[in-house]
Design a protein around this ligand. Structure first.
Ligand code: C5P
Length: 397
């Protein structure tokens, strides 16, 4: 689990987005975190401490003078031996308090009393006019100067009926931000392009040729690179997956579209990771109409094929080329075929896996081939393997 053993203080301030804090608490605890909820008095107008206690499994703290902490120092006790404080939702008033060092309730006091190295994350939520107000923007600038990450807000329809900036990020987006906080920034500022998923080569308007690739490994690699601090572009064939948070998704269908999308974005890239299972061939005589059984008295129509461009080889041949990583799904002789394929493709790193055992699964086993030989990454979740792969790439770029 991504947040195993992490202790998070979740602070709620007054705003209708408090309803999302319930789901956020579930998401954080499901990811393995232990969540201590602290609420301002205004937050209790929007959601009850009973709900937050039930979801976090811990008594909620509301008051600096809470008798449950014998020494009456909850601002100290609650901020020692924890891994992060997340304020979600964070109201305009609470942003003001943080920017000015105010401490007139438990939550603001514990933020001020936190150790200097304890991360404080802020997820603003308010009406768009309140967000755009120069006073709020001044306070946000101050928080940024104080190295406090501001998560969101998003634009869209608001609870008040108006539209604009100020919606709190969704719970799963905040979860991704918290997970990313704990990942080492091994690729900070690097530009990484990942291909993922299958391609779909049309035969006629309703049929086509594709493969069993689910996209899970490629999406996991894109997510791990993003969490390692990279700017990530993901060129993906058709999958049922949601783009990882913070990643630029370019959806494509065919091998040639994937090639063109990669080539038009490659100049800015430091690393190219080709995870996609690209069809080797496309149908060159695509029928404009649905092919009919027995058309012209024939039972079969003859499909003609032409070769798809090899995207990885094209990128590796560029000068200068980004650091290129290929994937190979083999059904046998992985060690021999993997080593040979790395050289044939002209790339420094090739990742091998046994095709039929990986397609659609959440787990995988990888073998990394480089100029020194091969290294095994034992069976684990695709997300963990993706993090290990990113760490290996970071050592080499
Ligand atoms: O040659 P093979 O298809 O086995 O090579 C697999 C590797 O090459 C993968 O990294 C895949 O994404 C990439 N590839 C590509 N363009 C193709 C075929 C494969 O980028 N047309």
């Amino acid at each position: 689990m991504d947040l195993n053993g992490k202790k998070i203080v979740l602070g709620l301030t007054g705003g209708i987005a408090c309803y999302k804090a319930a789901e956020l608490t579930r998401a954080l605890t499901k990811a393995g975190a232990s969540v201590q909820v602290v609420m301002t008095s205004a937050a209790t107008q929007f959601i009850t401490p009973v709900t937050m206690q039930a979801l976090s499994g811990k008594a909620v703290y509301l008051d600096q003078w809470d008798d449950r902490i014998a020494n009456h120092m909850p601002h100290i006790d609650l901020t020692r031996d924890v891994d992060a404080i997340l304020i979600a939702p964070c109201s305009a008033d609470f942003i003001f308090k943080l920017a000015h060092g105010a401490c007139d309730d438990l939550l603001s006091t514990l933020c001020l009393a936190r150790p200097g190295n304890l991360p404080l994350l802020v997820a603003p939520a308010m009406n768009a006019e309140m967000w755009n107000n120069p006073a709020t923007q001044r306070n946000i600038t101050q928080l940024q100067l104080d190295q406090i990450p501001i998560l969101g807000p998003d634009a869209g329809v608001q609870a008040c009926g108006e539209t604009g900036m100020g919606r709190m990020l969704e719970p799963e987006q905040l979860l991704e931000e918290v997970i990313a906080l704990f990942q080492p920034k091994l690729l900070a500022g690097q530009h990484v392009l990942v291909t993922a998923g299958p391609t779909f080569e049309a035969i006629d308007p309703v049929r086509g040729i594709t493969n069993h690739s689910s996209g899970k490994m490629g999406y996991a690699v894109a997510r791990a690179a993003q969490q390692a601090g990279a700017h990530v572009t993901l060129v993906s064939g058709p999958t049922t997956l949601q783009a990882p948070y913070g990643v630029q998704l370019i959806p494509v269908e065919t091998g040639r579209q994937m090639h063109d999308a990669v080539m038009s974005h490659i100049a800015a890239q430091d690393v190219f990771i080709a995870v996609a299972a690209v069809a080797d061939w496309y149908v060159s005589n695509i029928s404009t109409q649905k092919l009919k059984k027995n058309a012209d008295g024939n039972h079969m129509c003859a499909l003609q094929f032409a070769e798809n461009p090899d995207i990885l080889a094209s990128v590796a041949a560029l000068s200068p080329a980004p650091y290129c990583v290929g994937f190979a799904a083999e059904s046998e002789n992985l060690l021999q075929y993997g080593a040979e394929k790395r050289i044939k493709k002209g790339i420094p790193l090739l990742v091998g896996n046994i095709g039929p055992q990986t397609f659609g699964q959440d787990d995988n086993t990888l073998v990394l081939f480089d100029e020194h030989g091969h290294t095994n990454l034992p069976r684990a979740s695709k997300q963990l393997l993706a993090q290990q792969l990113i760490a290996e790439i970071a050592k080499r770029v």
